[in-house]
Design a protein. Structure first.
Length: 199
Protein backbone atom coordinates (compact mmCIF):
# COMPACT_ATOMS: atom_id res chain seq x y z
CA UNK A 1 0.00 0.00 0.00
CA UNK A 2 2.84 2.38 0.85
CA UNK A 3 4.31 1.71 -2.60
CA UNK A 4 0.98 2.60 -4.26
CA UNK A 5 0.68 5.94 -2.46
CA UNK A 6 4.35 6.75 -3.10
CA UNK A 7 3.89 5.95 -6.79
CA UNK A 8 0.80 8.19 -7.05
CA UNK A 9 2.55 11.11 -5.33
CA UNK A 10 5.64 10.69 -7.53
CA UNK A 11 3.41 10.62 -10.60
CA UNK A 12 1.70 13.87 -9.58
CA UNK A 13 5.07 15.57 -9.03
CA UNK A 14 6.68 14.38 -12.26
CA UNK A 15 3.73 15.65 -14.30
CA UNK A 16 4.38 19.15 -12.91
CA UNK A 17 0.92 19.50 -11.41
CA UNK A 18 0.17 22.64 -9.41
CA UNK A 19 0.29 22.32 -5.63
CA UNK A 20 -2.67 24.73 -5.42
CA UNK A 21 -4.91 22.07 -6.97
CA UNK A 22 -4.31 19.63 -4.11
CA UNK A 23 -6.63 19.16 -1.17
CA UNK A 24 -6.80 17.07 1.97
CA UNK A 25 -9.90 15.68 3.63
CA UNK A 26 -11.38 13.55 6.34
CA UNK A 27 -14.37 11.41 5.37
CA UNK A 28 -16.61 9.53 7.78
CA UNK A 29 -18.09 6.48 6.06
CA UNK A 30 -21.19 4.91 7.62
CA UNK A 31 -21.18 1.42 6.14
CA UNK A 32 -24.07 -0.92 5.39
CA UNK A 33 -24.59 -4.19 3.58
CA UNK A 34 -24.29 -7.88 4.33
CA UNK A 35 -20.58 -7.52 5.13
CA UNK A 36 -21.61 -5.37 8.13
CA UNK A 37 -24.98 -6.73 9.31
CA UNK A 38 -27.25 -9.69 8.54
CA UNK A 39 -30.84 -9.53 7.32
CA UNK A 40 -32.09 -9.09 10.90
CA UNK A 41 -29.77 -6.15 11.55
CA UNK A 42 -27.36 -8.09 13.77
CA UNK A 43 -23.68 -7.19 13.41
CA UNK A 44 -21.54 -9.71 11.52
CA UNK A 45 -19.01 -11.45 13.77
CA UNK A 46 -15.58 -12.87 12.86
CA UNK A 47 -12.42 -14.24 14.47
CA UNK A 48 -9.66 -11.62 14.45
CA UNK A 49 -7.05 -14.40 14.19
CA UNK A 50 -6.78 -18.18 14.43
CA UNK A 51 -5.74 -18.09 18.08
CA UNK A 52 -8.82 -16.16 19.26
CA UNK A 53 -11.67 -18.05 20.87
CA UNK A 54 -13.98 -15.03 21.04
CA UNK A 55 -15.72 -13.46 18.08
CA UNK A 56 -15.20 -9.80 17.15
CA UNK A 57 -17.87 -7.50 15.72
CA UNK A 58 -17.22 -6.03 12.25
CA UNK A 59 -16.84 -2.24 12.33
CA UNK A 60 -19.76 -0.35 10.83
CA UNK A 61 -17.83 2.84 10.05
CA UNK A 62 -14.49 4.07 8.80
CA UNK A 63 -12.67 7.41 9.10
CA UNK A 64 -10.80 7.99 5.84
CA UNK A 65 -7.91 10.43 5.42
CA UNK A 66 -7.54 11.42 1.79
CA UNK A 67 -5.46 13.46 -0.62
CA UNK A 68 -7.08 14.78 -3.79
CA UNK A 69 -6.08 16.58 -6.97
CA UNK A 70 -8.51 18.79 -8.89
CA UNK A 71 -8.01 19.36 -12.64
CA UNK A 72 -10.20 22.13 -14.05
CA UNK A 73 -11.86 21.26 -17.37
CA UNK A 74 -13.75 24.55 -17.73
CA UNK A 75 -15.28 27.22 -15.47
CA UNK A 76 -17.98 24.87 -14.17
CA UNK A 77 -16.52 21.37 -14.39
CA UNK A 78 -13.44 19.64 -13.05
CA UNK A 79 -12.00 16.14 -12.82
CA UNK A 80 -10.93 14.99 -9.36
CA UNK A 81 -8.56 12.17 -8.39
CA UNK A 82 -8.12 11.02 -4.81
CA UNK A 83 -6.44 8.39 -2.68
CA UNK A 84 -7.44 7.60 0.90
CA UNK A 85 -6.65 5.40 3.87
CA UNK A 86 -9.46 4.13 6.12
CA UNK A 87 -9.25 3.53 9.87
CA UNK A 88 -11.89 1.52 11.69
CA UNK A 89 -13.22 -0.72 8.94
CA UNK A 90 -10.11 -1.16 6.79
CA UNK A 91 -10.56 0.28 3.31
CA UNK A 92 -8.31 2.12 0.84
CA UNK A 93 -10.34 4.07 -1.76
CA UNK A 94 -8.74 5.23 -5.04
CA UNK A 95 -11.32 7.34 -6.86
CA UNK A 96 -11.94 9.50 -9.92
CA UNK A 97 -14.96 11.73 -10.50
CA UNK A 98 -16.39 14.67 -12.39
CA UNK A 99 -17.55 17.66 -10.34
CA UNK A 100 -19.98 20.26 -11.68
CA UNK A 101 -20.31 23.61 -9.92
CA UNK A 102 -23.85 25.00 -9.90
CA UNK A 103 -22.55 28.08 -8.10
CA UNK A 104 -19.29 29.13 -6.38
CA UNK A 105 -20.61 27.46 -3.21
CA UNK A 106 -22.39 24.30 -4.39
CA UNK A 107 -21.18 21.45 -6.58
CA UNK A 108 -22.39 17.97 -7.45
CA UNK A 109 -20.22 15.04 -8.43
CA UNK A 110 -20.38 11.56 -9.87
CA UNK A 111 -17.64 9.02 -10.38
CA UNK A 112 -16.12 5.61 -9.84
CA UNK A 113 -13.26 4.06 -7.95
CA UNK A 114 -11.39 1.02 -6.78
CA UNK A 115 -11.78 0.14 -3.11
CA UNK A 116 -9.10 -2.08 -1.58
CA UNK A 117 -10.79 -3.85 1.34
CA UNK A 118 -8.09 -4.46 3.95
CA UNK A 119 -10.30 -5.17 6.95
CA UNK A 120 -9.44 -8.37 8.85
CA UNK A 121 -13.08 -9.49 8.69
CA UNK A 122 -13.12 -9.66 4.89
CA UNK A 123 -12.36 -13.03 3.33
CA UNK A 124 -12.45 -12.95 -0.48
CA UNK A 125 -14.60 -15.58 -2.16
CA UNK A 126 -12.89 -18.88 -2.94
CA UNK A 127 -13.94 -21.54 -5.40
CA UNK A 128 -12.95 -23.79 -8.25
CA UNK A 129 -12.96 -23.26 -11.99
CA UNK A 130 -12.64 -26.64 -13.63
CA UNK A 131 -9.70 -28.29 -11.89
CA UNK A 132 -8.20 -24.98 -10.71
CA UNK A 133 -8.87 -23.34 -7.36
CA UNK A 134 -9.11 -19.56 -7.17
CA UNK A 135 -9.38 -16.79 -4.58
CA UNK A 136 -11.19 -13.62 -5.60
CA UNK A 137 -9.48 -10.25 -5.28
CA UNK A 138 -10.06 -8.00 -2.27
CA UNK A 139 -10.13 -5.02 -4.67
CA UNK A 140 -13.65 -3.96 -5.62
CA UNK A 141 -14.81 -1.45 -8.22
CA UNK A 142 -17.64 0.85 -7.21
CA UNK A 143 -19.29 4.17 -7.91
CA UNK A 144 -21.08 6.98 -6.20
CA UNK A 145 -22.47 10.49 -6.30
CA UNK A 146 -22.85 13.41 -3.95
CA UNK A 147 -23.04 17.12 -3.29
CA UNK A 148 -20.65 19.55 -1.61
CA UNK A 149 -20.85 23.02 -0.08
CA UNK A 150 -17.75 25.22 -0.29
CA UNK A 151 -16.70 28.08 1.96
CA UNK A 152 -13.46 29.44 0.46
CA UNK A 153 -10.85 26.74 1.19
CA UNK A 154 -13.15 24.56 3.32
CA UNK A 155 -15.71 22.11 1.93
CA UNK A 156 -18.43 19.94 3.45
CA UNK A 157 -19.77 17.03 1.44
CA UNK A 158 -22.49 14.37 1.55
CA UNK A 159 -22.61 11.32 -0.69
CA UNK A 160 -23.48 7.71 -1.26
CA UNK A 161 -21.03 5.09 -2.50
CA UNK A 162 -21.84 1.61 -3.86
CA UNK A 163 -18.67 -0.33 -3.11
CA UNK A 164 -19.56 -4.00 -3.54
CA UNK A 165 -22.72 -5.19 -5.25
CA UNK A 166 -25.21 -7.88 -4.34
CA UNK A 167 -24.12 -10.37 -7.02
CA UNK A 168 -23.03 -12.71 -4.23
CA UNK A 169 -23.50 -13.08 -0.48
CA UNK A 170 -21.39 -10.02 0.39
CA UNK A 171 -22.41 -6.40 -0.25
CA UNK A 172 -20.98 -3.10 1.02
CA UNK A 173 -22.27 0.46 0.66
CA UNK A 174 -21.52 3.75 2.36
CA UNK A 175 -23.22 7.01 3.28
CA UNK A 176 -20.33 9.48 3.54
CA UNK A 177 -19.93 12.81 5.32
CA UNK A 178 -16.71 14.71 4.74
CA UNK A 179 -14.73 17.79 5.62
CA UNK A 180 -12.00 18.99 3.30
CA UNK A 181 -9.42 21.72 2.85
CA UNK A 182 -8.30 22.93 -0.58
CA UNK A 183 -4.90 24.57 -0.92
CA UNK A 184 -6.16 26.50 -3.95
CA UNK A 185 -9.41 27.71 -2.39
CA UNK A 186 -12.98 27.66 -3.70
CA UNK A 187 -14.89 24.75 -5.16
CA UNK A 188 -12.25 24.00 -7.79
CA UNK A 189 -9.83 22.48 -5.34
CA UNK A 190 -12.17 21.05 -2.77
CA UNK A 191 -11.93 17.43 -1.75
CA UNK A 192 -15.27 16.93 -0.04
CA UNK A 193 -16.00 13.22 -0.21
CA UNK A 194 -19.44 12.77 -1.47
CA UNK A 195 -18.39 11.13 -4.70
CA UNK A 196 -15.92 8.39 -5.42
CA UNK A 197 -13.20 10.91 -6.01
CA UNK A 198 -13.28 12.41 -2.56
CA UNK A 199 -14.56 15.63 -4.12
Amino acid sequence: MKKTITFLCAGFLTLGLSAQNFGVGLDYMMLSGTMIADADGNAVMYKANDEDTEMTEVGSSSAVLNLSYDYSINDDMSAVLSAGYGMGFGIVPLKASLSYGFSPSISANVGMGMYMITDASYVPEEGTFGDDEFTASSNEFGGGAGIAYHMNNIGIGLGYEMIKGTDNAKSLNSFTIGLSYSFGGGSGGDSAPAAPAGK
